[in-house]
Design a protein around this ligand. Structure first.
Ligand code: HEM
Ligand code: HEM
Length: 327
């Protein structure tokens, strides 16, 4: 809605706007359970979902399989609102930086460290490659999902967010196994460095955040009130973990340079310059993603049917499961 920010639960003022704009939506909201052909019992799954017809979508004359974007556009027949121009530019820059930092990691390991292989002395090199790909690039992209797919149904966006984080975790796990295996075969002690402490903390907390995210936001039985209370913590710790992951990478880069080129590092040798450039790219990627996430006016606007459903749930089933609704 114009002028409405995106609170955890839409304010009554915003909702009033939504209802005032659409007589059919108004009837869907005020009629409550059972309106629009829906027979709903508390706790049943009725959230706005891709490929399913919600009561509000039905009230607007939309059938099953029509996207929530259509619902939003269908309010007055206008096309769905375009993403803010600045947002697209920042997302494009983030992807450019992300791809460049992956290429830089590959170039460093390929050109100066002999490449990457599992059953060989090169096994260690799997570690930096997987950590940069998983804990930075994929994690960053998972965070941007709610901004990039801002007009898609919440349920599909949530699934993509969780899936990308899951993929990032899997790749990071391969990277962690690689470094422990490599240490074991070379009889190097484990977990003695600041990098390994920060890195391990980032990985374990990231796994915990993923499990909590699935528990609170994917399980249909999680109470609506609990989701609302957990969400600000999820967002804060999510951004903090992204920052910690980048910090761990910077420590790892420095450590690896000191192990490998201790004597020539201060002479601006090409390997040192390339690895320092990777560090700067990691910081730049982190800053661009953080900027996109913290711009209030770029936050995902609630779809009309989500606002109606939130109100519906709040007034009628306070504390019940939203079953994939507004959160
Ligand atoms: C968020 C990303 C990262 C995490 C979570 C992480 C985690 C870890 C952990 C837990 C260890 C200890 C392994 C052991 O004790 O056997 C380790 C070792 C190591 N990592 Fe990383 N790492 C990350 C990124 C990087 C990057 C980007 C580099 C280099 C470019 C790197 C270089 C190293 C080196 C040289 C070691 C061996 C020395 C040591 O144990 O401190 N790491 N890493
Ligand atoms: C380690 C994994 C995760 C991290 C680091 C993480 C981080 C974040 C961050 C930083 C945000 C704020 C994004 C924004 O403002 O656009 C966010 C939002 C959210 N995340 Fe996650 N998340 C993780 C896993 C999950 C999982 C598994 C789910 C389950 C579906 C989930 C569901 C959500 C939801 C529902 C939101 C709120 C979006 C909104 O209403 O604006 N997250 N997450």
């Amino acid at each position: 809605m114009p002028g409405c920010s995106r609170p955890a639960l839409p304010s009554l003022g915003c909702l009033a706007n939504a209802v005032a704009l659409s007589p059919s939506l108004r009837s869907a909201v005020t009629a409550g359970p059972g309106a629009g052909g829906s027979t709903r019992s508390p706790g049943s799954t009725v959230g706005p979902s891709a490929g399913r017809s919600s009561p509000e979508a039905a009230a607007l004359g939309l059938g099953s399989g029509q996207s929530a974007t259509r619902v939003q556009a269908g309010m007055d027949g206008a096309p769905p609102p375009a993403s803010p121009a600045g947002l697209s530019a920042y997302v494009a820059v983030s992807q450019l930086l992300g791809l460049t930092l992956l290429a830089t990691t590959g170039a460093w390991l390929g050109r100066y460290r002999g490449g990457v292989a599992w059953h060989s002395p090169l096994q260690f090199n799997v570690h930096p490659l997987c950590m940069v790909l998983g804990m930075v690039f994929l994690q960053g992209d998972a965070l941007l999902v709610y901004r990039v797919f801002r007009h898609e149904a919440k349920r599909s966006t949530k699934a993509l967010h969780a899936l990308l984080h899951g993929l990032a975790l899997l790749i990071a796990l391969i990277g962690i196994v690689a470094v422990f295996e490599s240490h074991r075969t070379k009889s190097i002690p484990n977990m003695y460095s600041l990098h390994s402490w920060c890195g391990m903390a980032a990985f374990v907390l990231y796994l915990l955040q993923w499990l909590l995210g699935c528990g609170f936001f994917l399980l249909p039985r999680a109470p609506f009130s609990l989701r609302s209370r957990y969400k600000p913590q999820h967002v804060f710790f999510g951004i903090a973990l992204f920052a910690l992951s980048i910090a761990a990478c910077l420590l790892g880069i420095t450590e690896m340079l000191l192990f490998n080129i201790r004597d020539s590092y201060s002479h601006f040798v090409p390997e040192g310059v390339l690895a320092n450039t990777l560090g700067v790219l990691l910081v730049a990627f982190g800053l661009v993603v953080a900027y996109v996430l913290t711009r209030d006016d770029w936050k995902r606007p609630p779809l009309a049917e989500e606002m109606a459903l939130s109100m519906d749930f709040k007034t009628l089933t306070e504390g019940e499961s939203p079953g994939g609704g507004g959160q």
